[in-house]
Write a protein that binds this ligand. Structure first.
Ligand code: NAP
Length: 239
C-alpha cells in the first residue's frame, strides 16, 4: 500500500506507541487524524508534524469509551480528511492488581476503553470504508491478549476480547477489500509501561514505540490480500 496522500487515523495518538505511529505515518506522507483526551499532546504533535512534513493533520479530543465522543471524533476527522484508509485502534490503558483487590470500576474501565473504545470508533468509521471497498484496520492488542497472567485479569480480558473482535471482523469485511489485523507487542517503553511499573529494563534492549510503528507500517505495505494473523512482537529482554 502506498501511504502518501492516504488518510490514517490513530486513537491514543498523544503519547507512546500512538505518537510514534503518527510520526512514522507522517514521514510516509499520510494525512493524519489524531484522537486522544489530552488536547496539549495532540496540538504539540500536530505542530511538530506539520512543520516537518507536507501532510494534513486533523485532531479530535475525545474519550473513546464514550460512544458520542467517539462518533463525534470520527465524524469530525471524516469531514476534514475524508473516508479513513487506515484506522489504528491503539488507545488503551493498563493497571494491574488481583481480581479481588482491583476496584470494580477500575476493572470495568479497561473494558470500556480497550474494547468498547475500539468498537465505537470502528463502528462509526467502518460503513464509509465498506462503501469505498478499501481500508486497513489495525488493532493494538498485546501478548496479554494471547496469554493470561496473575494481576492481569482486567487488561487480559480487554485484550483477549479485542483479539476476538479482530478475528470476527476480519472475516466479515475481507470481501470488501478491508484487512483487519491485530498487533500483539510485549512490553514497550512508553508512559503506560512506566506508570504500570512494568519491567522496562535496559533501554538499549527494550522494545521502543518506534519499533512497533515500523511493524505496523510493514503490515500496511503488504499486498491487501496478505494477512499476518497476529503479528507477535517480542522484546529482547527475557520475560
Ligand atoms: P500510553 O503511552 O499510555 O499512550 C496511550 C494513549 O492512549 C495516550 O495518548 C492516551 O492519551 C490515549 N488514551 C487512553 N485512554 C483514552 C481514551 N479513553 N480515549 C482516548 N484516548 C485515550 O500507552 P502505550 O503504551 O503507547 O499503549 C498504546 C497501546 O499499546 C495500548 O492499547 C496498550 O494496551 C498497547 N500495548 C502497550 C504495551 C506497552 O508495554 N507499552 C504493550 C502491549 C500493548 P490521553 O490519556 O490523553 O487520552
Amino acid at each position: 500500500m502506498e501511504l502518501r496522500g492516504k488518510t490514517a487515523v490513530i486513537t491514543g495518538a498523544g503519547k507512546g506507541i500512538g505518537k510514534a505511529l503518527a510520526l512514522a505515518l507522517a514521514k510516509e506522507g499520510a494525512n493524519l487524524g489524531l484522537i486522544s483526551r489530552t488536547a496539549a499532546d495532540l496540538e504539540a504533535l500536530k505542530a511538530a508534524i506539520t512543520e516537518a512534513h507536507d501532510v494534513k493533520v486533523s485532531i479530535a479530543i475525545a474519550d473513546i469509551s464514550v460512544r458520542e465522543e467517539a462518533e463525534r471524533a470520527v465524524a469530525a476527522i471524516q469531514n476534514d480528511l475524508g473516508t479513513f484508509d487506515v484506522l489504528i485502534n491503539n488507545a488503551g490503558v493498563a493497571t494491574f492488581g488481583t481480581l479481588v483487590d482491583m476496584d470494580p470500576e477500575e476493572w470495568k474501565r479497561h473494558i470500556d476503553i480497550n474494547l468498547f473504545g475500539a468498537y465505537y470508533v470502528t463502528h462509526a468509521a467502518l460503513p464509509a470504508m465498506i462503501e469505498k471497498k478499501a481500508g486497513n484496520i489495525i488493532n493494538v492488542s498485546s501478548t496479554a491478549g494471547e496469554r493470561g497472567f496473575a494481576t492481569g485479569s482486567a487488561y487480559c480480558a480487554s485484550k483477549f476480547a479485542l483479539m476476538g473482535m479482530t478475528e470476527a471482523l476480519f472475516q466479515e469485511v475481507r470481501k470488501f477489500n478491508i484487512r483487519v489485523v491485530a498487533l500483539t507487542p510485549s512490553t514497550v517503553n512508553t508512559p503506560l509501561a512506566v506508570n504500570a511499573g512494568l519491567p522496562i529494563g535496559d533501554e538499549d534492549r527494550m522494545m521502543q514505540p518506534e519499533d512497533v510503528a515500523e511493524l505496523a507500517l510493514t503490515a500496511l505495505k503488504l499486498p491487501d490480500r496478505v494477512v499476518i494473523k497476529t503479528a507477535g512482537i517480542w522484546t529482547t529482554n527475557p520475560q
